[in-house]
Ligand binder design. Structure first.
Ligand SMILES: N[C@@H](CCC(=O)N[C@@H](CS)C(=O)NCC(=O)O)C(=O)O
Length: 233
């Protein structure tokens, strides 16, 4: 029987991606919680990124949520969380890549930004980003309701946790997902209805105090440094 350990943090949306995949596939594992404000020294020995999520599968250690999730999906039985054909898988990877490298940096820069007129510009850029994603869904989703169509995939697991935190952005930065983004609204509800996703979810009261530092621009971890400068994590 193989042993699987997930190094995670409850607040972390990237680790949440992996928890969704573990839940959706019903993979037995243990979780080790990492305090992101007081990371253990051994985390840097486990992963050069010094970030969660990390998994240890027997003697194999792997980090980076997108890579971890592909590995878990390919290595364990259960529902397949990727398209059956190579083209579909390539599209899925590009959707996640765009989200991580283009959408998220602006999204988080808005949360860190303290200057109100810059916030106004960034808020518009994020709304443009939502509209881009909405248009993208129109091109690839068909009748949905998932990102890639009728089946849940790693793309849903990758994006849902960040949309779950939208209330934080509304509270601190008056950002809302436009009502015209009908596909995105439906998608969020459909993915959130999965038991595996629901099991990882929290309400706004949980998130708001945890994001105060980011909203005040003072987060000091490696993630905060990256997002404050508008980089990807
Ligand atoms: N690209 C990474 C990002 C992971 C990440 O940024 N994790 C954050 C927590 S949400 C972290 O561990 N940060 C450590 C720190 O801020 O010191 C992934 O997809 O796994």
């Amino acid at each position: 029987m193989s042993q699987l350990t997930l190094y995670t943090a409850e607040v972390c949306p990237y680790a949440q991606r992996t928890r969704i995949v573990l839940g959706e596939k019903g993979i037995a594992h243990e979780q080790v919680q990492i305090d992101l404000d007081d990371k253990p020294d051994w985390l840097a020995d486990l992963t050069p990124t010094n970030r969660v999520p990390v998994i240890r599968h027997d003697d194999f250690v792997l980090w980076e949520s997108a890579t971890v999730n592909e590995y878990l999906d390919a290595s364990f039985p259960g529902v397949a969380l990727k398209p059956a054909d190579e083209r579909g898988r390539a599209v899925m990877r590009n959707e996640i890549r765009h989200f991580d490298n283009v959408f998220l940096p602006t999204f988080y820069k808005l949360l860190f930004e303290q200057n109100e007129s810059v916030q106004t510009e960034l808020r518009q850029q994020v709304v443009d980003g939502f509209e881009f994603l909405e248009a993208r869904l129109g091109e690839i989703q068909g009748d949905g309701p998932y990102w890639l169509g009728a089946e849940m995939s790693l793309a849903d697991a990758a994006m849902w946790p960040f949309f779950e935190r939208l209330g934080v952005f509304e509270h601190y930065r008056s950002l809302v997902l436009p009502v015209t983004c009908v596909r995105l609204h439906h998608w969020f509800d459909a993915v959130g209805a999965h038991a595996s996703v629901h099991a990882t979810a929290h309400d706004l009261d949980y998130f708001l105090p945890l994001y105060t530092n980011y909203a005040n621009g003072v987060g000091s971890g490696v993630s905060a440094q990256a997002f404050r400068s508008g980089a990807a994590n």
